[in-house]
Ligand binder design. Sequence first.
Ligand SMILES: Nc1ncnc2c1ncn2[C@@H]1O[C@H](COP(=O)(O)OP(=O)(O)OP(=O)(O)O)[C@@H](O)[C@H]1O
Ligand SMILES: [Mg+2]
Length: 256
Amino acid sequence: MRRVVFNQKGGVGKSSIACNLAAVSAAEGYRTLLIDLDAQANSSHYLTGLTGEDIPTGIADFFKQTLASASTRRNRADIYETPFDNLHLITATAELAELQPKLEAKHKINKLRKLLEELDEDYERIYLDTPPAMNFYTVSALIAADRVLIPFDCDSFSRQALYGLLREIEEIREDHNPALRVEGIVVNQFQARAALPQRLLDELIAEGLPVLPVYLSASVKMRESHEACTPLIHLDPGHKLSRQFVELHQVLEAGA
Ligand SMILES: Nc1ncnc2c1ncn2[C@@H]1O[C@H](COP(=O)(O)OP(=O)(O)OP(=O)(O)O)[C@@H](O)[C@H]1O
Ligand SMILES: [Mg+2]
């Protein structure tokens, strides 16, 4: 099962959700891999504590190999073992930005899918974190994945973008990946005391959009978790936000 976490809007919680769901998945005993596809490398930092040059060239190295070889040789990606049991990582680095036009020019859009088909043998769950743009890496991920999770921040501008995003995902499904399914919209930074977010969500649900029933609260604990480079389930398992991630994970697995 491969899940891609994507929304082209920046800062909606893609990396936070991908890493924390992957951490819950691993803690529940699933052999879990997170692949960071964002040149910002936020997930790579969060799960390793490393920064800048110290982050190994995981996925960029794989993509470089695909540019160098026209043969059928298997291209591989280095796998990093995080300090958390069952949780492995393929890191991202800034180099991804320079590689992108070359990968596009050489039509390498299906290579990630090939890699994931091989990794399926070793991992029960694969999570993909994506950059905030519909670009080569996100399209590669949507072609490679079974399910899409769309983080949503309850903002009315984000709502308008959501319709466009759903159309684009549908187009990729039709043209490249018939198995792709929108698993749901993940409500993040939900403020229960404000009237507007709930009203907005009620409207989306009434329109038939697949809003997942567990809403993730806004909490400073998330920032603390990033600073400690420790997913919430390990930092503070009893915290409300940690419990919401566990519940969200349960909902996803129950429907998987
Ligand atoms: N539930 C939450 N409560 C409080 N802060 C949050 C929550 N979720 C995310 N944040 C904060 O919002 C910011 C953006 O989160 P994150 O990096 O996960 O988003 P992103 O969509 O991956 O961003 P980008 O588009 O830049 O990759 C971070 O500072 C993070 O700590
Ligand atoms: Mg991110």
